[in-house]
Design a protein around this ligand. Structure first.
Ligand code: PLP
Length: 399
């Protein structure tokens, strides 16, 4: 069979108009809620943010939720709440976004990077246990692509060594581990509402926990360490008086963002089903193509399908991942790469002297990973175009 000419080489592209890697789904009720907020005149943290806290906590089944302006802020506040000190160690996976590690560095503490499971790309519990020292205070696990970590194993390790388990659940809304929603599986859990995330307010995040003292500390530190927030100060039942208890941060979420969040929260199950349907279609189609591997989802979890991480089998291909991405782009398909492992970045590599093979699984899997478009609102044609483009490109570069 003669391979089809790629758009990259002057052939006809699969699509005329580019399918973006992601497009946020904003519906009329979200727009109306934002307009109401603007008309109401209370733009920053106020009644809608408070309602968002309550409804989010209820949705995931946690006792407390503190809305903030990013998941990075939520994780920073989590580490502050547990009293992380300079010189402490926090175990984190290599396969994640820098936010998971930088928040540890904010404290003068050390992010101790460990390798991941090859199938899920989630932190390897045995590697966590092997990395524990007398300085270890916490573990931050990441539910990569929205697939929950092995929480039973991680919790058992944390209990055995008296460590706090923090979940970086930036991708994991909604996701279930053995039937239980992410948000109640760790001591503290951070969600992201960044524009590409399942619930998107542009920028935003949420810290959830069942521990009242941590929630109160995080709430206070999210707004300058003040003992009352702006809303309470300016309403009749509050008071103008406040005390700054500690040098805090400016991490509060605005009511404009909370308006988007409140409406989107009601749609998370529907959005997840739409992503799951896309994933099912992809996985069935890719099972026919030996040069690619569909994501593995363990039997006892329900992934959020935030990302669809296709892996290339590089052996039967004549080109590398970068060339495949370029060729897919020319066919009209936007893609992305999640993630460049932390130990390859100068900020971590130079500080701790890592080489690519310090974490061989993360390194190997990163080099063959491509994130495909998976967002609610993609049409059947969009999905078919992605499959056609992948088949065309890998077919062309087959040895
Ligand atoms: C795994 C992971 N953790 C944390 C973050 C940070 O989220 P935010 O942008 O809300 O701070 C991201 C964002 O991309 C992420 O992918």
């Amino acid at each position: 069979m003669i391979a089809e000419q790629l758009a990259l080489d002057g052939g006809i592209p699969v699509r005329e108009t580019r399918l973006p890697f992601h497009r946020p789904r904003i519906e009329e009720d979200e727009i109306a809620e934002v307009v109401d907020t603007l008309r109401g005149g209370w733009l920053t943290t106020g009644p809608r943010t408070k309602r968002f806290d309550r409804e989010f906590a209820e949705y995931v089944g946690a006792q407390h939720a503190v809305a903030v302006n990013s998941a990075t802020a939520a994780m920073h506040l989590a580490l502050d709440a547990i009293g992380l000190q300079p010189g402490d160690e926090v175990v984190i996976p290599a396969y994640t976004f820098t936010a998971t590690g930088e928040v540890v560095l904010y404290f003068g503490a050390r992010p101790v990077i460990v390798d991941v499971d090859a199938a899920t790309l989630n932190i390897e519990p045995a590697a966590v246990e092997a990395a524990i020292t007398d300085k270890t205070r916490a573990v931050i696990c990441v539910d990569l692509a929205g697939t929950p970590c092995d929480y039973d194993a991680l919790r058992a390790i944390c209990i055995r060594h008296n460590l706090i388990l923090i979940s970086d659940a930036a991708h994991a809304l909604p996701a279930r581990y053995k039937g239980q929603l992410v948000g109640t599986l760790a001591d503290l859990t951070a969600f992201s509402f960044y524009v590409t995330k399942p619930l998107a307010t542009g920028e935003g995040g949420m810290l959830v926990t069942d521990n009242l003292a941590w929630a109160e500390r995080a709430q206070m530190m999210s707004l300058h360490g003040m003992s009352h927030d702006a809303w309470k100060r300016h309403t009749a039942e509050g008071s103008w008086y406040y005390e700054v208890v500690a040098p805090g941060y400016k991490y509060n979420l605005t009511d404009v963002a909370a308006a988007l969040g409140l409406r989107q929260l009601t749609k998370q199950d529907r959005f997840r089903s739409e992503r799951a349907a896309i994933a099912t279609h992809y996985t069935a189609a890719f099972s026919e193509i030996p040069e690619v591997e569909a994501p593995t989802v363990p039997d006892d979890v329900e992934t959020a399908w935030h990302l669809y991480l296709l892996r290339l089998n590089l052996e039967p291909l004549t080109v590398d991942r970068a060339r495949v991405i370029e060729a897919l782009g020319a066919e009209g398909i936007g893609t992305s790469v999640h993630f460049i492992p932390l130990h390859l970045h100068p900020a971590y590599k130079d500080r701790y002297g890592y080489t690519p093979d310090s974490f061989p699984v993360a390194y190997r899997e990163y080099r063959r990973a491509i994130s495909l478009p998976i967002f609610p609102g993609m049409t059947q044609d969009d999905v078919s175009d992605v499959v056609a483009a992948v088949a065309k490109v890998v077919g062309h570069y087959r040895r």
